[in-house]
Design a protein around this ligand. Structure first.
Ligand code: NI
Length: 181
């Protein structure tokens, strides 16, 4: 079922979400809804509070990229915790809750996250690049934080066309090299 995505300035987006106590059929149904809603809106990540559910639950699916085994995989992260962050760099970023805008945001290039999977087991994910960026962005949502909060000024927001993708990542360096040849 498609859910309505809350947009700024909806106050629900500013709340701190509650932990998911246990994986129930309701949680599984919410995960299905979140993937469907994310795909319908051309996003690569979605946090439960964005569809009005104040739960610590995130889904991520990057566009397939044969050079990146982490792309094209469906990630479901329940109660995720950022454990380790690498060096920061400036990355282009947008959000389905703030459609039509993006900005350069400082994010760690690598991130380690622990979480509970849909199978109820504890797991750990070592991410880099776009996946690390998405993890930081979506976990921010669980704490009521939006990417604009990382900007010094809203003047840094850049308008994108209404049909633009939520995320417009720069190609990875290997890809750029290949495209040049
Ligand atoms: Ni977002």
């Amino acid at each position: 079922m498609l859910r309505r995505i809350l947009e700024l300035p909806d106050p629900v987006l500013r709340e701190v979400a509650d932990p998911v106590p246990t994986v129930t059929p309701e949680v599984e149904a919410l995960v299905d809804d979140m993937f469907a809603t994310m795909h319908a809106n051309l996003g690569i990540g979605l946090a439960a509070p964005q569809v009005g559910e104040l739960l610590r639950l995130v889904v991520i699916e990057l566009p397939p990229n044969e050079k990146d085994p982490q792309a094209g995989m469906r990630y479901v992260l329940i109660n995720p915790e950022l454990r380790r962050l690498g060096e920061r760099e400036s990355m282009s970023e947008g959000c389905l809750s703030l459609p039509g805008f993006r900005a350069m945001v400082e994010r760690a290039h690598t991130a380690t996250v622990t979480y509970t999977g849909l199978d109820g087991r504890s797991a750990r994910l070592d991410a880099h690049g776009l996946l690390a960026q998405a993890l930081q962005h979506e976990i921010d949502h669980l704490n009521g934080v939006l990417f604009v909060d990382h900007l010094d000024s809203l003047d840094e927001l850049e308008q994108i066309p209404p049909d633009g993708l939520e995320w417009v990542p720069a190609p990875a360096e290997e890809d750029a090299d290949q495209e040049d040849t």
